[in-house]
Ligand binder design. Structure first.
Ligand code: NAI
Length: 338
């Protein structure tokens, strides 16, 4: 190497080592599927998160390109790229948080369940790697159908003997983000002031916004309730149709994923009162998994909150949601068992 290049490389290394050490106060985060529509903006936003000291970007395509690009951002996290199955283990070793947006998205006319055949296998393989290389990591599953991929992850971890239900979370944050936005529009207030609990699961009628529990306290006409419930349940389809074959929500999803990952990291750091909705192993209903508000802490999920009082239309919605959810959960579990 010419001398100046050598110098540049060694000083680059020195910086990386120094930051990695100095970053012992920060967390190590891996994104699996980092070159995708969600993965790329998610990687960018995580590189901007001051709680992250090391960011591993894994994909089966284009990981080096995305890594080179993101690594030039002058923020604290050290970025490393990993390409293809043979590098999966290196991507995972030592991680505190693993975020999974790997897999195919919907096209117009498809349900999330139509993605099962491809994404189930992808999530299974990635979770086998997690069980082997970072069994204590918090896992955020974004890949659809979340109602089935979270049970798949649980079953893989159970088989490997590493399952800790407190550390596995299906990301339903986008439903909450949409609900906050749409409710704020109807109320004519700032979405940042709105908090809508969204429970159940992450597909169609399993997405159950609890409009009777919106903060700040408010009430809706039956027409507003129908409009909002419908729009929140079909928000994903609204984007799929608008993109007309070019994929599903990626930018709002990356925003939601970072909001959720940041909550998990604040919990790990020991912050008090970190509460978000997520699809988790649960005893809130008779189903083995259910989305509701959870409190995040140093060990992952530290408390799961009950649904609270539901009005008549929410009770009807809950029964519908549970019926579809039960089948999706069973489908995920039996995929790994067979
Ligand atoms: P995309 O197709 O743009 O990106 C997916 C990425 O995963 C690609 O870069 C691909 O190379 C990668 N990938 C495929 N197989 C892999 C493997 N075995 N290991 C690692 N990476 C692999 O899709 P997009 O739009 O980023 O969506 C990703 C997933 O997120 C889809 O399943 C989609 O349905 C889901 N999603 C979930 C939402 C939620 O609220 N939980 C919201 C929106 C999308």
């Amino acid at each position: 190497n010419p001398p100046n290049l050598q110098m540049e490389e060694s000083s680059g290394l020195r910086q990386a080592n120094c930051r990695a050490k100095g970053g012992s106060s920060g967390f190590k985060v891996a994104i699996l599927g980092a070159a995708g529509g969600i993965g790329q903006p998610l990687a960018m936003l995580m590189k901007m998160n001051p709680l992250v000291s090391v960011l591993h970007l894994y994909d089966v395509v284009n990981a080096p390109g995305v890594t080179a690009d993101i690594s030039h951002m002058d923020t604290g996290a050290v970025v490393r790229g990993f390409l293809g199955q043979k590098e999966l283990e290196n991507a995972l070793i030592g991680m505190d948080l693993v975020i999974i947006p790997a897999g195919v998205p919907r096209k117009p006319g498809m349900t999330r369940d139509d993605l099962f055949n491809i994404n189930a296998g992808i999530v299974k393989t990635l979770c086998e790697g997690i069980a082997k290389c970072c069994p204590k990591a918090i896992v955020n599953v974004i890949s659809n159908p979340v109602n089935s991929t979270v049970p798949i992850a649980a079953e893989v971890f159970r088989k490997a003997g590493t399952y800790d239900p407190k550390r596995l979370l299906g990301v339903t944050m986008l439903d909450v983000v949409r609900a906050n936005t749409f409710v704020a529009e109807v109320l004519g207030i700032d979405p940042r002031e709105v908090d809508v609990p969204v429970v159940g699961g992450h597909a169609g009628v399993t997405i159950l916004p609890l409009l009777s529990q919106v903060k700040p306290p408010c009430s809706f006409t039956p027409e507003e309730t129908d409009y909002l419930t419908n729009r929140i349940q079909n928000g994903g389809t609204e984007v799929v149709e608008a993109k007309a074959g070019a994929g599903s929500a990626t930018l709002s999803m990356a925003y939601a994923a970072v909001k959720f990952a940041d909550a998990c990291l604040r919990g790990l750091r020991g912050d008090a009162g970190v509460v978000e909705c997520a699809f988790v192993a649960s005893q809130v209903t008779e189903l083995p998994f259910f989305a509701s508000k959870v409190r995040l802490g140093r060990t992952g999920i530290e408390e799961i909150y009950p649904l609270g009082p539901l009005n008549e239309s929410e009770r009807v919605g809950l029964e519908k949601a549970k019926k579809e959810l039960a089948a999706s959960i069973e489908k995920g579990i039996s995929f790994v068992k067979k």
